[in-house]
Ligand binder design. Structure first.
Ligand code: PTJ
Length: 247
């Protein structure tokens, strides 16, 4: 880890960089993950590095959708495993949903290293990709899934997605909840619900929201009916376009 002083105005952002660099060195995050992280940083800067109201609205709807799923699943790639292992495990706990490793960039042993990393942080179990269950409409490594996990799921939580799989999952009739700092990405536009926020901030808020909702199912369903992902993305874009005015 580098010696970024806690008083540095960009301490948190620089600490996250350290985390992702360390995870690349450990073979958990792909080297391509550094580029994805840099893109995320740029959008986070424009968003103000704080959770904004459009993200809160999406988190609320995401909590309802995940809570009402019959078979929710949490898909984990190399970036999210590095940045938010505890948040992923907590989300699995509050939803009683499994975590499943699913990566885009194939590297020998990386899927197992991600699994071992999650187990080390306390995940009770981690599903792995298989060749016996495959997603339709997709050719990349992401098509290999677990029969009891992503394959069977009705709602898939896929933070920091690469676009193609989001479309494939939707075509297979599944709902997709994503976290993506870029409101213009294909994933952001295609997902059922897009939380435009940094995954490290969004996950704890999502975990907090789920138990709050469990007691009031009717109001929760109304939230989902009223939710418009297009409107939320529009709000995020408007916020970004005003960022030059000092928001
Ligand atoms: O581990 P793998 O092989 O599955 O690869 C994972 C990455 C993330 C490298 C892969 O899925 C990829 O290439 O993703 P993309 O297409 O670069 O998309 C990642 C999206 O996540 C971009 O729109 C980024 O802006 C966004 N992003 C990056 N960091 C964060 C983020 N969104 C939320 N929180 C972040 N910390």
């Amino acid at each position: 880890m580098s010696d970024v002083p806690k008083t540095h105005p960009r301490y948190l952002s620089l600490t996250l960089r350290d985390t992702i660099v360390a995870a690349v060195e450990q073979g958990i995050t792909s080297i391509h993950g550094l580029i994805a992280h840099g893109r995320g940083e740029a959008f986070d800067y424009l968003i103000g590095e704080e959770t904004q109201p459009f993200a809160i609205e999406a988190i609320h709807a995401a909590a309802v959708m995940l809570l009402s799923a019959e078979h929710p699943i949490i898909s984990v790639n190399g970036n999210v495993a590095a940045l938010a292992p505890e948040g992923l495990i907590e989300l699995g706990r509050v939803l009683n949903a499994p975590l499943e490793v699913n990566i885009f960039h194939t590297e020998t042993g990386r899927e197992e290293r991600i699994r071992d990393h999650l187990l080390k942080y306390g995940a009770p179990d981690v599903l792995m990709p298989t060749t016996e269950a495959q997603l339709s409409y997709i050719d990349s490594n992401r098509k290999f899934v677990h029969p009891e996990g992503i394959f069977k799921a009705d709602v898939v939580f896929v933070p920091l997605e690469d676009g193609d799989r989001c479309e494939a999952l939707q075509k297979m009739g599944k709902n997709v909840v994503t976290v993506d700092l870029n409101p213009m990405s294909r994933t952001a536009k295609q997902a059922s619900i897009t939380i435009v926020d940094n995954v490290v901030r969004a996950l704890p808020l999502l975990c907090e929201k789920i138990p709050e909702l469990s007691s009031d199912a009717t109001t929760a369903q109304d939230t989902l009916k009223r939710y418009s992902n297009a409107a939320v993305l529009q709000q995020a874009l408007q916020h970004i376009s005003r960022s030059g005015d000092g928001n």
